[in-house]
Design a protein around this ligand. Structure first.
Ligand code: URA
Length: 429
């Protein structure tokens, strides 16, 4: 097959054949298609798009480039969640043990954060002793013993995506709905889950800034999952403002433990319960029926917390050890009194990143204690001179730039200006 023909076909708006897709992904992974040729093809896909059959085949080809885990012999049905990423999005932490406490098994391969959104592994690594890298055998042992496992994806899963994602990152071709969908779904299908719930975020702190493109991304991924025999549904959820009151690694772990202990911020609890119910239902377990516990009950009765402790211990962590704290704190006071009518997710994420909670390059280390505590959430009253944010950092020289990111991040107004926004905007199945 000739790669130039494949590039020309897509450049001219044609539909790639299954044979062309299989060949180009395979040859690129083996190093037989040059990076500049694959960049041209990625740009052609970016500009021309792909149809349902093409994107499904592209996903299949990336999936087939590596290993595929198989948990079909577990006693429990498997179900997983993927979030497209947001600010303060610690939901995987309370969600995985909650779903495990309700009777399903969760094989969760997660990532590290890059840019203004945090990564689940960075958060969990703030727990003393906790290990993200597990062999396939260890993964199987942990999920069998505890009903859940959260770990780093091994290099053997979807290697084509690893290579292509790095190329897209430097060629302006990340923001393509078919390429994002195939990238995410090839990794999720490779982890061997039987059911999948996608949390597609919408708003300033998310990849997708408007509901239309988030809906299109959700539809494309749901179709890929279902076409591959994995029962897949998506929730479109709000990411205009951060989730919860803590943004940062150890800060978010502490907040997740509050939720698991039956407390915590209302939005984190609401989303955890909504996603857990979807995950159980997708796995064929109806919450509240036939002895299947409802997730809200698991959070109230201590079973989700017990499941969290087992999960953390099974990966070498000490769930009772004190979490790391940043060396320095600075409080930002409210400039006026009224109701907080806007708090921008992206700018809070940027502040947390500038404080050291995130990384600029893949190889950078993160500060576990760094981040932002939000003393008020949209809809709540604030008083002039009272704390609005607490900034946490190891180096005090980080505070000024973080505080600058927060300067235009909020509005304080009249109670009449405040409109509640739904957290779950839509459901796509
Ligand atoms: N996350 C992924 O895994 N892939 C993309 O293409 C974008 C976000």
């Amino acid at each position: 097959m000739d790669v130039i023909e494949v590039i020309r076909a897509k450049r001219d708006g044609g539909e790639l054949t299954p044979e062309q897709i299989d060949w180009v992904i395979g040859a690129y992974t083996r190093g037989e298609v040059a990076e500049e040729q694959m960049s041209a093809l990625a740009m052609a896909v970016f500009l021309r798009g792909m149809g349902r059959a093409e994107v499904g085949r592209w996903t299949e080809a990336m999936l087939s480039s590596g290993d595929r885990l198989d948990f079909s012999d577990l006693a429990r049905p498997t179900t997983d969640k993927h979030s497209t990423g947001g600010v303060g999005d610690k939901i995987t932490l309370p969600l995985t043990p909650t779903v495990a406490a309700c009777g399903a098994a969760v094989p969760q391969l997660s990532g590290r954060g890059l840019g203004h959104t945090g990564g689940t592994l960075d958060k969990l690594e703030s727990i003393p002793g906790w290990r993200a890298s597990l062999s396939t055998e260890e993964m199987r042992r942990v999920i069998t013993e505890t009903g859940g496992v959260i770990c780093a994806a091994g290099t053997g899963l979807a290697p084509a995506d690893r290579k292509l994602y790095a190329l897209r990152d430097v060629t302006g071709t990340v923001e393509s709905i078919p390429l994002i969908s195939a990238s995410i779904m090839s990794k999720k299908l490779a982890e061997g889950t039987g059911a999948l719930v996608l949390d597609v975020k919408v708003g300033s702190g998310a990849f997708m800034k408007d509901a239309g493109s988030a809906r299109e991304l959700a539809r494309t991924m749901v179709d890929i999952g279902n076409d591959h025999g994995v029962r897949t549904v998506a929730l479109l959820t709000d990411m205009a403002t951060p989730l919860g009151r803590q943004v940062g690694n150890a800060l978010e772990v502490a907040e997740a433990v509050e939720v698991l202990s039956g407390g915590g911020p209302g939005d984190v609890v609401e989303l955890t319960v909504a996603l857990a119910r979807e995950m159980l239902t997708a796995a064929g377990l109806t919450p509240g029926e036939n002895g299947v516990k409802d997730p809200a009950q698991a959070l109230r009765d201590g079973s989700a917390l017990e499941s969290w402790k087992q999960l953390v211990r099974a990966q070498g962590g000490d769930p009772d050890a004190p979490l790391p704290e940043a060396a320095e704190r600075r409080v930002v006071l409210s400039p006026s009194s009224g109701v907080l009518t806007r708090l921008d997710a992206y700018q809070v994420g940027l502040a947390a990143w500038r404080l050291g909670a995130g990384r600029a390059r893949k190889e950078d280390a993160v500060s576990f204690g760094a981040g932002v505590t939000l003393h008020a959430k949209p809809g709540e009253e604030v008083q002039a001179g009272e704390p609005l944010f607490t900034l946490h950092a190891d180096e005090p020289e980080r505070f000024d730039r973080a505080a600058q990111a927060l300067e235009g991040a909020f509005d304080i107004g009249d109670a009449a200006e405040w409109r509640t926004r739904p957290l779950v905007i839509d459901r796509i199945s």
